[in-house]
Design a protein. Sequence first.
Length: 134
Amino acid sequence: MVTCFALVGAGCYANGPTRPVSFIPIGQRFRVRPRPMDTVAVYTVRPPERPFVEAGVLVAERDQEALQWGAAQLGCSAIFLLPPETKVHSSHLGFTTKLYDVYSTSTYRATCLVYTDEAPASPNAKDPFPNPSY
């Protein structure tokens, strides 16, 4: 189930099997229906040769598989993976010691692609952006 609400700039938030996924729509609105995760194509170097529109950007923390799951819930035909962003964090472990805890987190991003040569969703198909704020 995908729950949409306004984020900074409007978007969607989906609780995937492992991590939350946020979606920031770009371009035109579209009507789609959720699809099985294994039907979402994943591209890394070149975009597909089929005609498509970029529907938005998916963002997931620490879990690249969550991007594909979120794309399936939103009805994306494919995703184009963008380079992950890794941040290094440190925190002081105590006032009397000079010990620090150092760890890193990664944010994974992908563009949601919708093929324009697929059969369009029916007029009753789920709108992934109900009550948009833009």
